[in-house]
Write a protein that binds this ligand. Structure first.
Ligand SMILES: O=P(O)(O)OC[C@H]1O[C@](O)(COP(=O)(O)O)[C@@H](O)[C@@H]1O
Ligand SMILES: [Mn+2]
Length: 643
């Protein structure tokens, strides 16, 4: 090893003891059981449901409480304690309201703090003390450690511990301590979170999901097609921008654009008022108990049309300047007979309904009106100057990637484009051809370039972000074409179908999954592909575990809009030192329901894979780094301190 490097390192480890201590410490950590990984996907703005899954660790918190207190507490008490751990602030208020005198409240505090300490001690048993310390509420670290590490001479110290409890309570610190302990517990049951894509669109609060993730202790993100669409908008792609606004209008979520991210929609509204009217195809999907007035509904319907038409126009020059996108079939505005109000697709002519082509010049349908151009430019300016959006998008870039190899598994939102024979499908970009892992790496490098150059709006990198959203060889889209236009304007449902990449039926076979794992340099005997993106229709008997357990699809649909087709409310996956467990979640009603009735949408578990021997940290990605560090420290030891 390089002497200069070792000299430099010796400045940090400047004594034999320091090196030895660190080696022993790292060795010890790598022999601990691996931490629990938690996989979620397709959150689609459903912050409340996501938060619940995060706070209960997909059932892990309850499981630990059950392990410890099954014999001592009633089912109701267990459920109360679990709810206290999930939502400590609110639950505390509710519980405190039930006490009529101070004495019984203090008794409850005393007993609850002790129970929570037991829980923490149990949940942290596979971690080092130092890791636990980092997870503890900082203001109480000293006190908690005193109480946690009671020594054997407990009899002599009984009154000492009792005094600590009593002081915490009488000094009015019990609430703060309980809240802190609850969050520590949540953090301890899950060591690392993977978000396998699609945080944005359809649901109402993607921004709150982002804020939660920004504060989460350890995570990575595999971008979904919807996330990339938002990244594209921020990175200067006007067509991506038109899409995100269109989807927000369609799902009655324009508040996210206007109020949350502070993007001024006034110019778009003015344009919409001028050219559009009511139109049944463009009314937003609204919640059953909406308080929206007729006038608001009409306004959104108009905005929806205005931005959809801008989107359709903006797609055309991109398709023309990038022939290798192979999207000429999607030059739809050129395939319309404007006099007869019909369109010819694939040789078949269809009547058009609910059209809104007032701004389209049939001779040059891709041309934006000057007003439209101004509107989209203003929107882009506003998007690129939203401080909050910048923060969220930068975080997505920092923690995200198109795919991730983690602890032997491949995590990917959409697909690996395949042909019918199961070969990696090729795509030509300019004068080079790519497939499989290389293709995904190229996609990612374009995306990163586009993000780093938001001022470039028509370059290949920016166009490529839109391709990732809707192109046939995109690993995120995974379908032949996006039939948005057809769904708005053509009745015949045949035209609405989006043909899937062969990947989606081939992934049922173990052989396909093994080939993909090999393509990504992963061990096909031990690895799994963890996939999001396509809702698993449990209602129709579809299984999320495919290909002999090699393929696990965890999109059960947090998205309320899709729950009637899936029959459940999402899958999540847990992977701890004993193996993998798939958790199916029932519909999440509301936080209030959990708080008042303890209805903890209980989850059914299916064992996916059971490790024969408990997996240790040394066998993980983190462990690999630890082992490298140990080896460097051993070199330093020889170089500096051994004769
Ligand atoms: O149901 P909606 O909102 O019309 O969206 C349909 C569109 O969403 C997509 O399914 C993509 O979204 P997902 O990634 O959630 O599947 C497109 O393929 C399709 O055109
Ligand atoms: Mn998706």
């Amino acid at each position: 090893m390089d002497a200069q490097f070792l000299d430099l390192l010796a400045q940090k480890y400047d004594s034999e003891e320091k090196v030895v201590t660190e080696i022993i410490n790292l060795e010890a950590i790598s022999n601990l059981p691996k931490g629990t990984e938690h996989f979620v996907s397709d959150l689609h703005g459903e912050f409340q449901a996501f938060q619940h899954v995060l706070r209960n660790g997909s059932g892990k918190v309850k499981e630990k409480i059950n392990d410890l207190f099954r014999e001592i507490l009633t089912e109701k008490e267990i459920s109360e304690l679990a709810t206290l751990v999930y939502y400590p602030e609110e639950k505390l208020q509710l519980i405190k309201g039930t006490f009529t005198n101070k004495r019984s409240l203090h008794q409850w505090y005393r007993q609850t703090i002790e129970q929570m300490l037991k829980l923490i001690s149990y949940a942290s048993s596979k971690y080092t003390r130092s890791k636990l310390r980092k997870a503890l509420p900082s203001r109480f670290v000293y006190i908690i450690e005193e109480l946690l590490y009671k020594t054997a001479d407990i009899n002599n110290k009984e009154s000492y511990y009792e005094a600590i409890y009593q002081q915490i309570i009488s000094l009015g610190q019990a609430d703060k301590l309980i809240i802190g302990l609850a969050y520590t517990t949540q953090q301890l049951v899950v060591d690392h979170l993977h978000v396998v894509g699609d945080i944005y669109d359809r649901g109402p609060e993607p921004d709150r999901i982002m804020d939660t993730l920004i504060h989460y202790h350890s995570l990575d993100i595999q971008w979904g097609n919807h996330d990339v669409l938002w990244i594209g908008a921020y990175a200067g792609s006007m067509v991506c921008l038109a899409n995100i606004i269109r989807i927000c209008a369609r799902y009655d979520n324009l508040d996210i654009i206007e109020d949350v991210y502070g993007i001024n929609l006034r110019p778009l509204l003015n344009l919409a008022e001028r050219y559009y009217d009511d139109n049944p195809a463009f009314r937003p999907k609204v919640q059953p108990h909406t308080t929206m007035t007729e006038q608001e509904l009409l306004q959104i319907t108009k905005i929806h049309q205005a931005i959809a038409m801008i989107q359709f126009k903006l797609e055309m020059p991109i398709i023309k300047r990038r022939p290798y996108f192979n999207m000429s079939e999607r030059l739809l505005l050129e395939k319309i007979n404007y006099d007869k109000n019909e369109i010819t697709l694939d040789g078949k002519t269809y009547p058009l309904d609910n059209t809104c082509f007032a701004t389209v010049n049939p001779q040059q349908p891709e041309q934006l009106l000057e007003e439209e151009e101004q509107v989209i430019e203003k929107l882009l300016f506003s998007v690129q100057h939203s401080e909050k959006l910048a923060r969220h998008m930068k975080f997505l870039m920092k923690k995200g990637s198109l795919y991730l190899r983690y602890n032997g598994n491949l995590l990917i939102h959409g697909c690996i484009p395949l042909d019918e024979e199961g070969n990696m499908e090729e795509m030509r970009i300019e004068d080079k051809t790519y497939s499989g892992r290389k293709l995904l790496d190229v996609f990612e490098s374009y995306l990163r370039y586009a993000f780093a150059h938001p001022e470039e709006t028509d370059d290949l990198a920016t166009d490529m972000v839109w391709y990732l959203w809707s192109g046939e060889r995109s690993s995120l889209f995974g379908k032949r074409a996006m039939t948005t236009f057809e769904r708005y304007f053509i009745k015949d449902k045949e035209t609405h179908k989006e043909k899937k990449n062969p990947y989606y039926h081939l992934r049922e076979h173990e052989e396909t999954c093994r080939r993909i794992l090999e393509e990504f340099d992963l061990d096909p005997d031990h690895g799994h592909i963890i996939n999001g993106h396509t809702p698993v229709k449990e209602i129709n008997g579809e299984s999320p575990i495919k290909a002999n357990g090699k393929m696990i699809v965890i999109d059960g649909g947090f998205s309320k809009a899709y729950q009637s087709t899936t029959g459940i409310a999402g899958y999540t996956l847990l992977y701890n030192s004993f193996g993998m467990q798939l958790v199916a979640h029932k519909k999440f009603n509301s936080k209030e329901d959990v708080l008042h009735n303890g209805t903890d949408v209980l989850s059914v578990k299916r064992l996916v894979d059971k490790e024969l021997e408990r997996k240790k940290v040394s066998e993980t990605n983190v462990g690999e780094n630890l082992l490298k560090k140990i080896s460097v420290l051993k070199s330093l030891m020889e170089y500096r301190y051994m004769d």
